[in-house]
Design a protein around this ligand. Structure first.
Ligand SMILES: Cc1cc2nc3c(=O)[nH]c(=O)nc-3n(C[C@H](O)[C@H](O)[C@H](O)COP(=O)(O)O)c2cc1C
Length: 360
């Protein structure tokens, strides 16, 4: 059965499958492999310097002539909360000592990349597709991408957010369900209101906007993709499913191991960054849940937990190391990305050809 949507045609995709953008957890090799296999790769560029973004885009272009997506965060940086930050540093110090570090002598940190400079760099590279999360870029940025013919995709976690994005002129929207791994894209409602499951969110958004909708969150195999298409989605975006592909060698071995063990649960927490995200539950996330209001806002919590994250990586301590993952992570399969796309397509086709009744 040949399956095609307008979105696939517009983005040069053979299959309705996107590698969801994953900042810090995707490589040019992975992005290119997914596009080469007929899906659409996405570069999660939000934590990269402008120079690193430029070189990653150029590397992807040497690996594939096909289209791919570049993704950034768009949000307003809130005021620093000086007292909260000092209290948080004191709270994190014992963890650093347990890992053999000295909280009095922490290495200097590189500042977070400047969003304006990141956007300028991406614009200069004229990507075929640009996507964003955590809010809306300003009007000038959106029209600058439109002017160069870039296809622009926003991220919504509620119908209200999808309508705002559609009215602002994006070309498609990701419906990010609450099962999704990574940070919540929620920007116009409370965190709790933004936790709508993919099964409910996708058709709700499809009925509310006239642009293509890409379903994301908890989709791990061909069954999930077929289900998203049945709901009316133009494609499915999978993040967690691609985390363990060998091309993704930036995923730390302890993180990969927990993904493949598949015997834990996930939870939504602000512990590591100050913004709600779905993580594999570990000691740090569990212990930080006692005083959620004490956690500084995103992105100010990021530098405060940076030494902890770095030491946990060095000491290979998964109970303190951050591991973003969607609820479906126990369904992760370790294989090259091109093979995974081919497998997903086979499974999806089988499901679409005959809706199979449950075996029991
Ligand atoms: C490790 C990780 C990093 C992520 N980083 C980003 C990001 O940089 N930008 C973004 O729009 N979404 C990001 N997400 C969310 C994904 O794009 C997508 O919404 C999510 O992975 C879909 O759910 P799934 O993980 O269950 O497939 C991230 C997800 C993960 C697991």
């Amino acid at each position: 059965m040949k399956f095609a949507t307008k979105l696939m045609h517009r983005l040069g995709m053979e299959h309705p499958i996107l590698l969801a953008p994953m900042a810090g957890a995707s490589t040019p090799a992975l992005v290119a492999a997914v596009s080469e296999a007929g899906g659409l790769g996405s570069l999660g560029a939000a934590m990269m310097s402008p120079e690193a973004i430029r070189s990653a885009i150029r590397e992807i272009r040497t690996r594939t002539p096909r289209k791919f997506n570049v993704n950034l965060f768009t949000y307003r940086v809130p005021e620093r909360e000086v007292e909260k930050a000092a209290a948080m540093q004191a709270r994190i110090a014992p963890y650093i000592r347990q890992l053999g570090g000295n909280p009095e002598r922490l290495p200097a940190l590189a500042p977070l990349p400047d969003m304006g400079e990141q956007i300028k760099t991406v614009l200069a590279e004229r990507p075929d597709v640009f996507s964003f999360t955590f809010g809306m870029p300003d009007r000038e940025t959106l029209s600058a991408f439109k002017q160069i013919g870039t296809f622009v995709i926003g991220t919504a976690t509620t119908v209200a957010e999808a309508k705002m994005l559609s009215e602002a002129g994006v070309d498609a929207v990701v419906a990010q369900g609450s099962e999704a791994g990574g940070h919540r894209g929620t920007f116009a409602v409370t965190a709790e209101e933004g936790l709508v499951g993919t099964m409910a969110l996708t058709p709700l958004i499809i009925d509310a906007v006239k642009i293509p909708v890409i379903a994301a969150g908890g989709i791990m195999d061909g069954r999930g993709i077929a289900a998203a298409l049945m709901l009316g989605a133009s494609a499915a975006a999978l993040g967690t499913a691609f985390l363990v592909c060998p091309e993704n060698d930036v995923v730390h071995p302890i993180y990969r191991q927990r993904l493949l063990e598949g015997d834990r649960s996930t939870t939504v927490s602000r512990a590591y960054t100050g913004r709600f995200a779905r993580w594999i539950k570990n000691r740090f996330v569990t212990e930080m849940a006692d005083q959620p209001a004490a956690i500084p806002s995103y992105p100010h919590q990021i530098p405060l937990t940076a030494p902890l994250r770095q030491l946990a990586a060095e000491r290979r301590e998964p109970e303190l190391f951050p591991m973003l993952a969607g609820q479906g992570f126990p369904l992760c399969r370790e294989m090259p990305a091109g093979e995974l796309v081919a497998r997903l397509v086979r499974e999806m086709r089988e499901r679409l050809e005959t809706v199979q009744p449950a075996p029991v």
